[in-house]
Design a protein around this ligand. Structure first.
Ligand code: 6CS
Length: 345
């Protein structure tokens, strides 16, 4: 903890020296907007931020420029969240897998078997989610302006051993994002999960400190996790969901027209990103199969059902971690998925 604080302090100091920190006047802040990512250049978050940049710069007629900082330039996900919270950067991606430490309720998006198997249903669910006022409130309480949720693809396991049933996880050291709900989930399956930052996964796999990890395909490809694992397994248990956020203090200082501009551009990019992430995941799966002999496994309905059954106690863990508001949110999302599903069938 002390080490983490010292690192964050150092990061803020570096940002201040680079002129990234919020001691500038609001007028100069308005000219350059800084957008920090939790993923490297070429990823889904980069596609999102680059489109945001393109639209903001065009629609402000050059008045505003957007600088995008990919993962590795400013720090870990937690540090990026602290930087946007402090106003050192103006926009950032904040994934529930890490943000859940600050806002436990958002871990609802880490729950397995919550979404529909039908991506057309999920697409409508994501559209409706943006309108739930509770998110604005939860984020604002932590100094963040909530802008949107969006998916980045189904989470897949890459492991050294095949996994078809929960028992296959026994003793497996599986890397998860830094969320106590994820630790509980994989402990519940029988694995020995370990939370660590994104940047450490590849070498941890290579050095056999861990036996597997969980991420969407595009990330498995661009972070080269497929090079150091033998199985790529699709359980369709959950999607990777991220949120776009702004510094609350910065956002409140924007004019009404600028706030409107941000909201309109975010709405447009959020709509576009759905197809982009689908394409990235499809194309990169192709790339993985061309460049490696990793074995691909797709769990069948009975195998998925066994995981879904084993997972049930984790819903109570979520309710304990996220409290009353979290439980209400979960019920709302379950009702939303059921409603959208019924409308489709
Ligand atoms: O596993 C992680 O930590 C990261 N995975 C993705 C796909 N995006 C950001 C996140 O930090």
């Amino acid at each position: 903890m002390a080490r983490h604080r010292a690192q964050t302090f150092l990061l803020i100091l570096i940002c201040a020296l680079l002129g990234l920190y919020g001691c500038k006047s609001p007028a100069s802040e308005r000219r350059e907007w800084r957008f920090a990512l939790e993923e490297i250049k070429g990823g889904v978050q980069d596609a999102y931020a680059m489109r945001f940049k393109e639209l903001i710069e065009a629609r402000s007629q050059g008045d505003i420029t957007v600088s995008v900082y990919p993962y590795g330039t400013l720090g870990t996900s937690d540090q990026v969240t602290e930087l946007v919270n402090n106003g050192a950067v103006h926009f950032a991606m904040a994934s529930p897998g890490h943000l859940g430490k600050m806002i436990p309720e958002v871990q609802v998006f880490l729950l397995h078997f919550l979404l529909s198997e039908d991506d057309r249903v999920n697409r409508q669910v994501y559209r409706e989610l943006q309108k739930m006022p509770v998110f604005k409130q939860l984020y604002a309480e932590k100094g963040l302006a909530f802008l949107a949720f969006y998916p980045e693809g189904w989470m897949a396991w890459t492991t050294q051993k095949p996994v078809r049933r929960p028992a296959d996880f026994a003793g497996m050291k599986l890397r998860v994002m830094t969320s106590s709900l994820l630790l509980a989930a994989y402990q519940n399956y029988g694995a020995s999960p370990i939370a660590m930052p994104y940047a450490e996964i590849y070498s941890a796999l290579q050095l056999k400190m861990i036996d597997g990890q969980v991420n969407p395909v595009f990330a498995i490809e661009e972070m080269s996790f497929y090079e150091v694992t033998d199985y790529l397994i699709f359980p369709r248990q959950a999607q990777f969901i991220s949120s776009a956020v702004s510094s609350q203090a910065f956002f409140e200082r924007l004019t009404a027209a600028e706030q409107q501009l941000v909201r309109e551009v975010i709405a447009q990019v959020n709509d576009e990103i759905y197809d982009i992430q689908e394409r990235y995941n499809r194309e990169r799966l192709q790339g993985i199969t061309e460049r490696s002999d990793i074995q691909i496994m797709v769990l069948n309905d009975a195998e998925r059902a066994a995981f879904a059954e084993a997972y049930q106690p984790v819903y109570d863990v979520y309710k304990r971690l996220a409290g009353e508001r979290g439980a209400a949110l979960l019920a709302d999302i379950q009702a939303l998925v059921a409603r959208m599903q019924a409308a489709r069938s």
